[in-house]
Design a protein around this ligand. Structure first.
Ligand SMILES: Cc1cc2nc3c(=O)[nH]c(=O)nc-3n(C[C@H](O)[C@H](O)[C@H](O)COP(=O)(O)OP(=O)(O)OC[C@H]3O[C@@H](n4cnc5c(N)ncnc54)[C@H](O)[C@@H]3O)c2cc1C
Length: 407
């Protein structure tokens, strides 16, 4: 039996495994990372590359390594690793640098060797440990099982992103009408496995949703020579971070931790997260692109319906129709608890406590059950609005480490 199984090999899962190996002296052969992607941390790489973002939103002290100065030291290491490794404000790292550093951390600690490729599909908990059944994500018929004394759930956001109803209906009715597979003219940028490839045949592309990802994708496509229509339900929202930095310390977390009611905590998180916002420099770049005509900004617009044909997509913006070659949805993820049916079954079977929003009620050590810990979105009601971010991975790492030291 393993000592630890981490489910999910994104930044959170990799960081948790690293903390256990590097700071709790867990032997490497007593820990595994179960992830359905071919490599660690592939989902992060794909989604950040798709957006075309050049710099992270978070500062250089937020990364997956052990010491907070590790990324800065890495940037100053032998050879010039990337041009303009950091940018203002807040000394934010280039995505290229951040990814090189992730690779370096994974290589130095040989974490790729701990990766078991599989998608968790069953979770059994006992007083002595946990048993996780998994499926091969490529060949769903192949299955396996891993037993561990402790499991950490680091599964990130829900697998399926948020598709607006009109987009689902348009795709379904076009497939029905032509009795063929959907054409792929409407895609969500966070669809599992989706890679955004520039296609010179696309003259006009609509990007739906003007949060940071939508804005960055619009800018990327405009750089690549496409004409872009960026449609937003709201006026563009400008915030440097996706929540106030006061949430990183006692300024806001003090009051939050004193709240005993998980529903009140959820309300605070909702109010604190600047959903659909972007930093001022991205906003300024959008305004410039709008002024020079490469991006058409359509704010406070609701799409009523869409029609997909073999050659184009028509969008009804309430009286005005626009015709585009392709639609890219950048409408984020649903707010429901990530995991899906296998986790829902475990919640019922082992009576794992949940708030009204469905998210885990965990203790200070992020334990949902004596054998089951969480990080990322699942730890939100304990770690607050930063829980999903890289800083949340570091905070979760502190708590997980404290639990490991008590064992
Ligand atoms: C475009 C983008 C930019 C971002 N930029 C920043 C930033 O600058 N700064 C910041 O702090 N945060 C940023 N974030 C937020 C956050 O840091 C990232 O979303 C990060 O990837 C979260 O890491 P994670 O490990 O929780 O989730 P993920 O990276 O999603 O990793 C979870 C992994 O678990 C796997 N998994 C899920 N279910 C199962 C299962 N049943 N079995 C096996 N494996 C499973 C998934 O396939 C995935 O590989 C950004 C997010 C996005 C989308």
């Amino acid at each position: 039996m393993l000592d630890w199984l981490v489910i999910g090999g994104g930044p959170h899962g990799v960081h948790a495994a690293l903390r256990l190996i590097g700071e709790a002296d867990v032997p490497r052969d007593a820990i595994r990372i179960l992830d359905d992607e071919p490599r660690l941390p592939a989902r992060w790489r794909r989604s950040t590359r798709n957006t075309g973002m050049r710099y992270l939103r978070s500062p250089s002290v937020h990364h997956i390594d052990l010491s907070s100065s590790a990324l800065q030291r890495f940037a100053n290491g032998p050879g010039r690793r990337v041009e303009r490794p950091f940018t203002r404000p807040y000394f934010r790292p280039a995505l290229d640098l951040f990814d090189l550093h992730c690779e370096d951390v994974i290589q130095r600690h040989q974490l790729q060797a701990l990766h078991v490729r599989g998608r968790a599909a069953r979770l059994d908990l006992t007083t002595a440990g946990a048993q996780v059944g998994f499926e091969d994500p490529v060949d769903g018929g192949r299955t396996g099982e891993i037993r561990a004394r402790h499991v950490i759930l680091a599964i990130g956001a829900p697998r399926e992103p948020e598709w607006p109803v009109w987009a689902r209906q348009a795709v379904a009715s076009s497939a029905e009408a032509t009795e063929t597979e959907p054409t792929g003219r409407i895609r969500h940028v966070f669809d599992p496995g989706f890679e955004l490839v520039d296609d010179a045949n696309d003259a006009v592309i609509a990007v739906i949703g003007a949060g940071l990802s939508g804005a960055q994708i619009a800018l990327r496509l405009a750089r690549e020579g496409r004409r872009v229509v960026l449609v937003s339900r709201h006026v563009l929202r400008v915030h440097q971070f996706d929540s106030d930095p006061g949430w990183l310390g006692p300024k806001h977390m003090g009051g939050f931790t004193r709240l005993c009611d998980p529903d009140e905590r959820r309300d605070r998180i909702r109010a604190a997260r600047h959903r659909g916002s972007m930093p001022s420099e991205v906003h300024a770049a959008l305004r410039r692109a709008s002024a020079d005509g490469t991006i058409e900004l359509v704010e406070e617009a609701e799409i009523r319906s869409a029609r997909v044909s073999a050659r184009e997509v028509s969008l009804d913006l309430g009286g005005r129709w626009i015709r585009v070659d392709r639609v890219l949805l950048a409408t984020g993820f649903p707010s429901r608890r990530p995991g899906g049916a296998w986790l829902d079954e475990a919640v019922d079977a082992f009576r794992l406590p949940c708030a009204a929003c469905g998210y885990p009620i965990v203790d200070r050590g992020l334990r949902w059950h004596p054998r089951l810990l969480v990080t990322g979105p699942l730890a939100e009601l304990e770690l607050g609005p930063v829980s999903r971010n890289l800083s949340g991975a570091q905070r979760a790492g502190d708590r997980i480490l404290a639990v490991a030291h008590q064992l």
